[in-house]
Design a protein around this ligand. Structure first.
Ligand code: ZN
Length: 388
């Protein structure tokens, strides 16, 4: 059945030829966009919906979340806001709670957060393992994630479990753990940071994952300058995420590569770090994505609109740069071209704003501006999330 969405005041397509359209219309047929153009030229369809001048853009592509978890870290957050420093070690609290939770509890928690994201316009979401940190719980996390998320990443190398020897744990990650998880995921990731995994350990994990045919992602340069960005570029990772502290060599390496710099402004704020240097990256020619990093420790938000507003107001990205980074940029970081765009053949993932233009995402920060969401051609309803 074809649905015509017309009366679009401003349509962000992210397509180089179509650009940004005024007085536009979109036809959805099944799960895909079938037609895009001027409202006056729109073809007939089975159903017609007039959005009365509202802005429409692609659904958010949130390319970095950690939503297979249980437990709560409010106390750690309160302590941090009272002046205690953030360190990678807090992850261990979530690991204990996640291992103790049933499959049903983990799946329900994941669906609840994905539903929360979808109601705010997120239509494509990556999530990671990384709170199991043993073969059984990492494989279980990957299975639960694969049931719900668009993209699943193996992050067994999130933290050395308390009491374990780092080298022996890396052996386990590169061996039995990857064997168990690789068939369930598309990506592998490593937390290359002081307090987590060093350059040699990170390199071992990434190479072992690549040998099994997985795509690579890296958590790097979050808490200080380090080897994460360099390693990600050298190994051809699709994305290196955080990029809060970058040397000039890091910026130049990213600009000369296909590796996307995925910035996580909600995490920088929640850990009271400086915001990542978006302007330096963009001015050098690097590809920038924005993602939520939704997780219970360092960034407990699913709001991509908050990330976009922060990127514009505080990181000096333009409205168009920030919206692109949170849609097509996320898609690039996931090596996809079926999402993040509104053009014929793209997945019918549409986000209608309660506003006449995307500028309002930063002009009216904190205001819930999501008026309607389509994912795979289906309009979000209260029952939508159970189908994810
Ligand atoms: Zn992360």
């Amino acid at each position: 059945m074809a649905v015509l969405i017309t009366g679009i005041g401003e349509l962000t397509t992210n397509d180089a030829e179509l650009g940004k359209l005024r007085d536009a219309a979109v036809v959805i047929d099944g799960e895909e966009v079938a037609w895009v153009g001027a409202a006056a030229d729109a073809p007939d369809a089975d159903e017609r919906i007039d959005v009365e001048g509202r802005a429409v853009l692609p659904g958010w592509v949130d390319s970095h979340t950690h939503l297979v978890f249980a437990g709560d870290r409010t106390a750690e957050f309160e302590a941090r806001m009272a002046g205690k420093a953030y360190s990678a070690g807090g992850i261990a609290v979530t690991v204990d709670a996640t291992r103790s939770a049933s499959d049903e509890q983990l799946a329900a928690n994941l669906r609840r957060h994905v539903g929360e994201a979808a109601r705010q316009g997120t239509t494509c979401l990556e999530t990671k393992t990384g709170y199991g940190l043993n073969v059984e719980d990492e494989a279980r996390s990957a299975r639960i994630a694969a049931d719900v998320a668009d993209e699943v990443t193996f992050l067994g190398a999130h933290l050395v479990p308390p009491g374990a020897d780092a080298e022996s744990y890396v052996d386990l990650v590169c061996g039995d753990m990857l064997d168990a998880v690789a068939p369930l995921v598309r990506w592998a990731d490593v937390f290359c940071e002081t307090g987590a995994f060093d350059e040699a350990q990170s390199g071992r994990v990434l190479k072992a994952a690549r040998e099994r045919g997985l795509g690579l992602r890296v958590h790097g340069n979050q808490l200080g300058e380090g080897p994460g960005v360099r390693l990600a570029v050298e190994l051809g990772a699709a994305s290196v995420d955080h990029c809060t502290y970058l040397s000039e060599a890091d910026v130049e390496a990213l600009a000369a590569s296909d590796t996307v710099a995925t910035l996580l402004p909600a995490c920088d704020l929640s850990t009271r770090q400086p915001l990542a240097p978006a302007r330096r990256l963009l001015d050098a020619g690097a590809t920038v994505a924005l993602a939520s990093n939704a997780n219970p420790g360092s960034s407990y938000t699913t709001s991509m609109a908050f990330c976009v507003a922060t990127a514009v107001l505080q990181m000096r990205m333009t409205i168009d740069e920030a919206v692109w980074a949170a849609t097509a940029g996320g898609a690039r970081a996931l090596r996809r071209d079926d999402v993040g765009f509104v053009r014929p053949g793209a997945r019918a993932d549409l986000h209608v704003l309660e506003a006449p233009s995307t500028a309002h995402l930063a002009y009216r920060p904190g205001v819930p501006l999501t008026a309607a969401v389509w994912r795979r051609g289906k309009r979000l309803t209260s029952g939508f999330v159970s189908k994810w």
